[in-house]
Design a protein around this ligand. Structure first.
Ligand code: HAM
Length: 420
């Protein structure tokens, strides 16, 4: 039975004291991406199920066992988005964005839903920041997007980062390679883990992802896709690397890098952090030139990435949770109507003047109100009594007296101004 007093397993509340660090992730993401011409997009939380089965891929863990799918009142199958790339390509096609100058560069901060085994860094509802550049297959798109994620993670202080990149080539080369790999897997079928064996035909590349020791042994002698790419794909990959070199980004080439989504072609990449445990993937992505066609659109190249906010927060040093600062706390000496009205007007005036201000709202004693002012880190308190207001600077104990809220507000604004 579920407990109505507990958030569902794998989900969490974001409490006020945790919001400052999240806001900082949003601020840095926005500043970095908008400096490169990305505009923000937000898509619906749910989409037709088919959007994900066609793009993310029938053979992936996400589609096979992790989607929150439901039938709505109109008998439609809908799914809470497990990722945001397919919805964004859907939005690009739906809104005719191919008519805009290409590539169209979009960024997002959105929640995603996956029915995964919950553990530290892995949740059933989580948040991603992400960027998608749609409409160009220029390798500079790939390198620039990777650079932007690297800048964001660097500015946020994410520790011990490694970048791995690989290339999956185009459809034809990958098809040829899949046959080679299947032959290799079949030749060693008895040594493979059950789930790998079951997916030889559907998704042989995922065998590289297996943690099973015997499967890993088989994979150590498997043919590598990077050795079977077309010249064009090799050139594309070489250009991405030389642009990353030009801006001094270090990376390692990982010929076995497979990602958990089937829409990738050519460049794929992932940032991992040693500061995280088993769930070390901070962010990743790649090129998805075939995705638009998979969902019935015209051929449209695209490249993008997403990074998990919770993983960023776990791996970052500089993002301390902090309480919001309060400039003014209004203490009420009594509950008389004129006293309350005067204090109420003073707090409102302070806010209108750009300060943060709170007023006593729980009928505490004067002593209790002073304690509360201290707890919320108030810089000034105004003690409002019958016909007089005392304004006190808690940082140095200095005190002035005023006849009404207007006088107190003028003095407060002056003191704050002198502060800056
Ligand atoms: P993904 O690798 O599935 O890619 O997810 C991106 C990031 O989301 C991961 O690196 C991780 O930080 C975070 N993440 C994934 N699952 C969870 C979870 N259960 N709990 C917490 N964080 C999680 C994508 O989603 C692609 N759409 C990325 C992309 C964009 N490719 C091209 N464009």
């Amino acid at each position: 039975m579920s407990d109505p007093l507990q958030a569902p397993r794998g989900t969490f509340d974001i409490l006020p004291e945790q919001s400052a660090a999240r806001l900082e992730v949003e601020r840095v993401t926005r500043a970095v991406l908008e400096s490169a011409g990305y505009g923000r997009i937000e898509t619906p939380v749910f989409e037709p199920t088919e959007l994900f089965t066609r793009s993310v891929g029938e053979a992936t863990d996400i589609v096979q066992k992790e989607m929150y799918t439901f039938i709505d009142g109109g008998e439609r199958s809908l799914t809470l988005r497990p990722e945001v790339t397919a919805p964004i390509v859907r939005a690009y096609l739906q809104h005719g964005m191919h008519k805009l100058p290409q590539p169209v560069k979009l960024w997002y901060l959105s929640s995603c839903f996956r029915y995964e085994r919950a553990q530290k860094g892995r949740y059933r509802q989580f948040w991603q920041i992400g960027a998608e550049a749609i409409g160009s297959d220029d390798p500079a798109v790939d390198a620039e997007a990777i650079l932007l994620l690297s800048t964001i993670l660097g500015e946020l202080g994410v520790k011990d980062l490694h970048l791995r990149i690989g290339s999956l080539g185009g459809t034809e080369a990958r098809e040829r390679y899949r046959e080679l790999l299947k032959t290799h897997l079949r030749a060693h079928e008895d040594l493979l883990a059950g789930d790998v064996r079951a997916r030889i035909d559907l998704n042989p590349l995922r065998a590289f992802d297996s943690a099973d020791p015997s499967t890993r042994e088989v994979m150590s002698t498997a043919p590598l896709l990077l050795d079977h790419l077309d010249d064009e794909d090799l050139d594309h990959f070489a250009e991405v690397r030389s642009l990353l070199d030009a801006v001094g980004i270090s990376y390692s080439i990982d010929p076995t890098l497979v990602r958990g989504l089937d829409y990738y072609a050519r460049t794929v990449f992932e940032f991992n952090s040693d500061a995280l445990g088993a769930q070390s993937g901070v962010g990743g992505g790649g090129r998805y030139d075939g995705l638009a066609e998979q969902i019935n659109g015209p051929p449209t190249p695209g490249f993008g990435w997403a990074a998990g906010i919770e993983r960023i927060l776990l791996a970052a040093t500089s993002l301390e949770d902090e309480a919001a600062r309060t400039d003014l706390f209004v203490i009420l000496e009594n509950q008389n109507r004129p006293t309350k009205a005067s204090g109420f007007a003073l707090a409102a005036g302070a806010r209108a003047g750009g300060m943060t201000a709170q007023i006593e709202l729980a009928g505490r004693s004067v002593k209790g109100q002073f304690k509360h002012a201290d707890r919320i880190g108030a810089r000034f308190v105004a003690v409002v009594g019958d016909g007089r207001i005392e304004l006190k600077d808690l940082s140095n104990g200095e005190q002035t007296e005023h006849a009404d809220d207007e006088g107190a507000l003028r003095a407060l604004i002056e003191l704050k101004g002198a502060d800056q």
